[in-house]
Design a binder for this molecule. Structure first.
Ligand SMILES: Nc1ncnc2c1ncn2[C@@H]1O[C@H](COP(=O)(O)OP(=O)(O)OP(=O)(O)O)[C@@H](O)[C@H]1O
Length: 259
C-alpha cells in the first residue's frame, strides 16, 4: 500500500441523536501509514466520528470505507474479519480489573486466534516490550499500575492482533505532561516501526505537534480545516485560530520554528 492510499474514506456522513445532527455531511480521508490527529471543541463530535467509523454508532446518511470495505454492506463474517484489522484504545483505557496484564493483553488473542497458551505468552511479552513495559509487569493487576502504565497495557491490548489501523480516543488524557510526552513518542515510534495508520482524537496540542502528520479540525459537524501544523497556523477559521494561534499554541509554534 502506498502512503497516499486512503485506508479510511468517509463521505457525506450524517450522524445524529434525536433532532440533532452531530456530524453533518462530513468528508474525511485517512491515508495509509499516517498519524491523523482529530481535534475540535468539546462536543464537536470527535468520539462520535471514531465510534461511527468502527461501527459502534449508526449513521443517518453517507458511506464509510475502511480498508476498502463498508461495514454497512458487510456480512457478519466480513465484519468480524475487518474488526480484527484494527485496534482501539478508548478514552477510559478500560482494562478488565479482575484480569492480570497478561490476561488483558491476551484477551483479543483468545477471542480471535486458535493458538497455544505458550505462543500467546510469547506474543503478550512481545507486545508488552513494544509498549515499553517490563516482563515482571505481566502478572500485575490493573490496580497495581500507574496511569501511564495502564494506557500502555491498553495499547498493548489494542496491538494484540497486529492491526493495520489504530484508533486512539484521547490517549494522553489524565496523564501528566511528561508521561503524555512519552506516550506521544511511543505512538510515533510504533507507527514508524509497524507502519500502522493512526486515527487519534485528542485535545492535547503537544500531541498534535509531536505525534501527528496531519490534523483534521471538526466544527459544525464537518471537517473545517485539514493539513499539517503549518496549515493550522495559517487558517482563518475562528476556532482553529484561537486554538493553534492562542497563547499556548503560539508558544509551541515558536518552539517548533526555533528547533
Ligand atoms: N450515545 C449518545 N446519545 C446521545 N447523544 C450523544 C451520544 N453520544 C454522543 N452524543 C452527543 O454528541 C455530541 C458529540 O459528542 P462527542 O463525544 O463526539 O464529542 P467530542 O467532540 O468527542 O467531545 P469531547 O472533546 O468533550 O470528548 C455531544 O453533544 C454528545 O452529547
Amino acid at each position: 500500500m502506498t502512503k497516499k492510499t486512503a485506508v479510511i474514506k468517509v463521505r457525506d456522513l450524517v450522524v445524529g441523536f434525536g433532532d440533532e445532527n452531530v456530524l453533518d455531511h462530513l468528508d474525511l480521508d485517512v491515508r495509509a501509514a499516517e498519524i491523523l490527529g482529530v481535534v475540535g471543541a468539546s462536543g464537536a463530535g470527535k468520539s462520535v466520528l471514531l465510534r461511527t467509523i468502527i461501527g459502534l454508532l449508526p449513521r443517518r446518511h453517507g458511506t464509510i470505507e475502511v480498508l476498502g470495505i463498508d461495514l454497512a454492506d458487510a456480512g457478519e463474517e466480513e465484519r468480524r474479519a475487518l474488526e480484527r484489522r484494527w485496534g482501539v484504545l478508548f478514552q477510559q483505557g478500560a482494562l478488565f480489573s479482575s484480569l492480570t496484564v497478561r490476561q488483558n493483553v491476551q484477551f483479543p488473542m483468545r477471542e480471535n486466534l486458535d493458538i497455544s497458551q505458550r505462543l500467546m505468552d510469547e506474543m503478550a511479552l512481545a507486545k508488552l516490550e513494544m509498549v515499553g513495559l517490563a516482563p515482571q509487569d505481566l502478572d500485575k493487576f490493573p490496580s497495581e499500575l500507574s496511569g501511564g502504565m495502564t494506557k500502555r497495557v491498553a495499547l498493548a491490548r489494542a496491538l494484540a492482533l497486529d492491526p493495520e489501523i489504530l484508533f486512539l480516543d484521547e490517549p494522553t488524557s489524565g496523564l501528566d505532561p511528561i508521561s503524555a510526552g512519552d506516550f506521544d513518542e511511543l505512538i510515533r515510534t510504533l507507527q514508524q516501526t509497524l507502519e500502522i495508520t493512526v486515527f487519534m482524537v485528542t485535545h492535547d496540542l503537544e500531541s498534535l505537534y509531536t505525534a501527528c502528520d496531519r490534523i483534521a479540525v471538526l466544527a459544525d459537524g464537518k471537517v473545517v480545516a485539514d493539513g499539517p501544523i503549518a496549515t493550522m497556523l495559517e487558517s482563518e477559521h475562528p476556532w482553529v485560530k484561537t486554538y493553534f494561534q492562542g497563547k499556548r499554541g503560539g508558544m509551541l509554534a515558536e518552539r517548533q520554528i526555533s528547533a
